[in-house]
Design a protein around this ligand. Structure first.
Ligand code: HDD
Length: 724
């Protein structure tokens, strides 16, 4: 075993963290096999034959004394630990947090006041419902858990990519999860909420309606981990040196912007590449790239919060950015893949209780319950209180306490003292305000009771605010998604009960869903507006409904909720399929891929077979082993022979057509345009241009050949999708 630098958090240059981690630089728990190293068993005995067990005679029985066989099989038998009861499927990466603007006005937490210091971190993204082997692109909330190894101890923000939660009280969490997980009698469906038990529970739990809107929006099918925002969700407290308290919500804003797949794509990707998200993150970092977020805070006072018509400790409510803008004060960068998935990503243990001096909890009843649950789950999942010694979980801040022993203890504590108070050389208490954690001295009073605060009572106002704030096409996606899931519920009563709930949010939403699930819209105003359009009827209805919007700080519409308004747009991180065949113009392929690389995108050469297609053109994917759903755009370079060869391949036409259906940009250079004119895309464009006989090319297609590239609108693509 060769000692080497620990694979888990290290201080990250260029700005060294102010953490004494030198003692951790050499770590015997990291095992890098040197080329030609001798194979041994777990106790260092050399193994001379790893292919045959010890037998009594060449064809005889295996001997019990074969300790090598027994050790190897026994270790294998115990390789699995229980998967997480939720968020089982995930992928993580190392990186750092750097503060760009001090929050000293609000807090004395070093991590939020020391500008320019790099704090090492590990972030794990996950889906909630599916098991470890489920698909990445399921419609689901994404876990967004960040562990910062600060100089004052670990700080975990265990959030999601959606800013609110389904339930208001942790006591409902087991019910929520039991309802969404595969049904217990047949373990169906895997990683999907489209089933009876989920909607049985949800339709009886109106507090979940706001989160449900988000889950049916495109946020629940993100394009990649770095194209989704992260939210700490709960309100926390910040305490400054003077002892003043402010309330805070934590945000991670994707530098690339929040972007999504469409549902049809997400479902197909689940089959074509169920590792779509984790592969994307891995390959980005492996190629030397980074994933980046701006870290932001919404800071407000108790007095401000007291004026709003919702309660900031109700986790089903967000604080609209129009009331409190998000101040962007730092940056999270992920830049290093784990060395070992199990040791790091599987064994990492997040806990909302991991908090640092200067930050404190609020009385959010969901958060309060979480403060119990996470430690408890780590004990069961990782098997011993010594899980804190696993390299990925160890803090970089020094640890000195009197906790000892237990299963699989790694630390060799020296000395006589394992108690406090002591005078024989043991650890002494930290000093409040200097190096120790102090809880905010909140004055408490109240009657012991099981009750829900009246200030938590409104369940529809913010759901409606969300509906009102997104664009028509986003609203259409929400209705389609709800219709899809409810149509998969087999019990009519449940479907109808859900319609009653949706009606409370917005009659247009309820009516649209009702029609698809075969129910009569019950609102007397129920008009079916055109797809994705704000028809006069919808606007009229919207007006009626928004007048009822509550728990929203009196807002009818809030900024920051739509994914189509004000999101950063960038070619960075996008995958472009470049279709080639023998005869494709190699120079064009080279300049195209170079231009894509320069823009931060990646051109992937897709051809009829792997390897050399023509001099200078190397295919890394084939029409057989890849699929248009895995790309953000398609390009067809020119070259007469290449265009003809591609025209002869139905898969190439399918590539273009499928990309078009999903409203992706499609471009062509020179003769490459011919495949577009010959494909259903070309036929559609001709028909849109009124040349239904297909004899004269449509304007769009003419332009395509002349200009060499085009981008298709979502509206036109939707026409093709609708027309089949
Ligand atoms: Fe949780 C895991 C996020 C409510 C109990 N949760 C877990 C993870 C994330 C969240 C991201 C995965 C961490 C990882 O990658 O290892 N959970 C949330 C958010 C919530 C939330 C954002 C609401 C705002 N969770 C919640 C409640 C409870 C739990 C109310 C229980 C009362 N969560 C757990 C857990 C898990 C977990 C059972 C499973 C594995 C683990 O903790 O480490 O304890």
């Amino acid at each position: 075993m060769a000692p080497r630098k620990r694979s888990t958090p290290l201080s990250l240059d260029p700005t060294p963290a102010r953490i004494d981690d030198q003692s951790k630089a050499e770590d015997l728990s990291v095992n890098t096999v040197q080329p030609g190293a001798t194979l041994t068993d777990n106790l260092g005995h050399g193994v001379t034959d790893d292919n045959n067990s010890l037998r009594g005679g060449e064809r005889g029985p295996t001997l019990l004394e074969d300790f090598l066989l027994r050790e190897k099989i026994s270790h294998f038998d115990h390789e699995r630990i229980p998967e997480r009861v939720v968020h089982a499927r995930g992928a993580g990466a190392h990186g750092y947090f750097v503060l760009e603007k001090s929050l000293a006005e609000y807090t004395y937490a070093r991590v939020l006041t020391e500008v320019g210091v790099n704090t090492p971190l590990f972030t794990r993204f996950s889906t909630v419902a599916g098991s470890r082997g489920a698909a990445d692109t399921a419609r689901d909330v994404r876990g967004f858990a960040v562990k910062m190894y600060t100089s004052e101890g670990n700080w975990d923000i265990v959030g999601n990519n959606i800013p609110v939660f389904f339930i208001q009280d942790a006591i409902k969490f087991p019910d929520l999860i039991h309802s969404v997980k595969p049904e217990p009698h047949n373990e169906i469906p895997q990683g999907a909420s489209a089933h009876d038990t989920f909607y049985d529970f949800i339709s009886l739990t109106p507090e979940s309606m706001h989160m449900l809107m988000w889950v049916h929006s495109d946020r629940a099918i993100p394009r990649s981990f770095d194209m989704m925002d992260g939210f700490g969700i709960h309100t926390f407290r910040l305490i400054n040196k003077a002892g003043d308290v402010h309330l805070v919500k934590f945000h991670f804003k994707a530098v690339l912007g929040a972007h999504s797949l469409v549902w049809d794509e997400a479902q197909k990707i689940a089959g074509k590449d169920s590792d779509f998200h984790r592969r994307n993150m891995w390959e980005t970092i492996d190629a030397g790239g980074t994933l980046e977020w701006e870290f932001g805070v919404q800071v407000f006072t108790e007095a401000q919060a007291a004026k709003w018509d919702f309660d900031v400790i109700d986790p089903t409510k967000l604080v609209p950015e129009d009331l409190v803008p998000v101040q962007r004060v730092g940056r999270m960068v992920l830049n290093r893949n784990p060395d070992n998935y199990f040791a790091e990503t599987e064994q990492v243990a997040f806990m909302p209780t991991n908090i640092v001096p200067g930050i404190d909890f609020s009385n959010d009843p969901l958060l309060q319950g979480r403060l119990f649950s996470y430690l408890d789950t780590q004990l069961s999942r990782l098997g011993s209180p010594n899980w804190v010694e696993l390299p990925i979980n160890r803090p970089l801040a020094p640890v000195h306490n009197n906790q000892r022993d237990g299963h699989m203890r790694q630390t060799i504590n020296t000395g006589r003292v394992s108690y406090f108070p002591n005078t024989l050389g043991g650890a002494q208490e930290a000093k409040a305000g200097v190096n120790g954690y102090v809880s905010y001295p909140e004055r408490l009073s109240g009657v012991k009771q099981r009750a829900r605060a009246k200030s938590f009572a409104d369940h529809y106002g913010q759901a409606r605010l969300f509906w009102n704030s997104v664009t028509p096409v986003e609203r259409e996606h929400i209705t389609k998604s709800l219709a899809f899931e409810l149509s998969n519920c087999t019990v009519r009563d449940i479907r109808v009960r859900m319609l009653d709930q949706l009606e409370q949010i917005h009659p247009v939403l309820a009516s649209q869903v009702a029609v698809v699930i075969g129910e009569a819209p019950r609102s007397k105003n129920a008009v079916m507006p055109g797809a994705g359009q704000d028809s006069a009827a919808e606007v009229a209805l919207l007006g009626t409904a928004t007048a009822r919007t509550t728990a929203s700080g009196k807002l009818q519409k809030a900024s920051g909720l739509s994914q189509l308004e004000n999101q950063p747009m960038s070619p960075k991180g996008r995958m472009v399929a470049v279709l080639v065949a023998p005869g494709t113009d190699a120079a064009q392929v080279a300049s195209l891929t170079a231009a894509l690389t320069a823009a931060g995108a990646k051109g992937v050469i897709v051809g009829p077979h792997l390897g050399t297609i023509a001099p200078g053109i190397e295919a890394t994917k084939t029409f057989g082993n890849t699929d248009p759903v895995l790309y953000d755009a398609v390009m067809v370079p020119g070259g007469e022979g290449g265009a003809r060869a591609l025209m002869a391949r139905p898969e190439a036409q399918t590539f273009v057509t499928e990309a078009y259906r999903h409203a992706k940009p499609i471009g062509a250079l020179g003769e490459g345009a011919e495949i577009l004119t010959a494909s259903p895309v070309g036929r559609l464009l001709r028909s849109l241009a009124g040349t239904k006989d297909g004899t004269a090319p449509a304007q769009g297609v003419q332009n395509l050949s002349e200009v060499g590239a085009m981008s298709l609108t979502a509206g036109a693509a939707e026409t093709l999708a609708t027309h089949g």
